[in-house]
Design a protein. Sequence first.
Length: 442
Amino acid sequence: MSALITRRAFLRSVVAAAVAGHPVLAADRHPRRLNFVLINCDDLGYGDLSCYGSPTIHTPNVDSLAAKGVRFTDFDTCAPVCTPSRAGLLTGRYAIRSGLTRILGPVNTTGIPESEQTIGEALKSLGYATALIGKWHLGHLPQFLPTRHGFDYYYGIPYSNNMGDRVDGRPNCPLMRGEQIIEQPAIQETLTERYTAETIGFIKQNKDKPFFVYLAHNMPHNPVSASERFRGRSKGGLYGDAVECIDWGVGQIVNTLRELGLERNTLIMFTSDNGPNLGSAGILRGKKGQVFEGGVRVPFVAYCPGLIPAGIVCHQPATNLDIFPTLIRLAGGKLPSDRPIDGRDITKLLTVPGASLPSKPFFYFVTNALQAVRVGKWKLHLGREDRLLPKPELYNLQLDIRESVDRSDEYPHIVTELKQIAQRFVSDLPGGAHIGGSDAPF
Ligand code: MG
């Protein structure tokens, strides 16, 4: 037997073993499909969890998911503010494609176009029960609500928790169930606990069919609050209390899945929509609203004992645009072929220790302005024509995660190459996209 045949036989046996242990690919033996719980926090920074080095905020439940699952160290959001980040997450496409490039509020009359397909819609068409618990932020008028865009059930605030005039000292934002306002202004102290309870209720109600819960906490976005039993608990002040309450909720959800016998068959993901406003980006430069790493690199942890081996730390670049294609594939569906999908399936990174994917350009927008481009270790800030960044700056993220030493003079050919990649990408996009500039995100 030649070495080649031996190798082929070996590979066949490895693939067969992987398929047999895979709850989706071995669907005939395991009739249940994977459930998904996607937990997205609002403005939680890269340095705000203990498993990402926070010295003051204690998050044992998320840490446990990371220890028994996979933790990404180089996970980016496609925009450093709420609306475009969420548009990208839910469609797998840069927000410029759906037009949702600015932060929406109660005065806006626009929202997610009918033509977009959300993860909710894609999974619903595959027989999933779908819920959005928490913040939507893709339009609050009836035709834009989650109930019209793929979610069977909705409970939450349709935009940020600081929006609306103040009433009795509170922002006058509505809490909705389905398409009805059930509380206004929303009482925010107990919001995280109520979102957790709603998530658990939905899981229990739908335990006999595949489900997708998108739990989008409004915390720890300003104004931060926590209920009395969580106040004063954290060394990180009220902000830390709010994050620790979210972490408590993660533990409650995991316990529920365990009790229902669904733990091995449910993929739980935990992330944030953008970098911190009030919290910490750890050692990274910048914050929310900026395309420096502090604004765009966010925690991402995934846990599913039936799918993900324990203790993977993934240093490969991945992004929140990848969640759409990954979940659709894991659910056994097909990606839409009538539109560009910017994300890609990262199942391999989730499930195989040490795996990598070919490098792929990633583009950082603020509104319609493409402000940076990254390929592999190189990230080029394209310049904003203002005092903050008057000329392009090049960083080697492998050696310089803090983006502190501009290498553009040393590597002019890399600058040229990345600029060309940026120009080609922008020229293929819908009108309005441009390179550089510093538009306000509202
Ligand atoms: Mg946010």
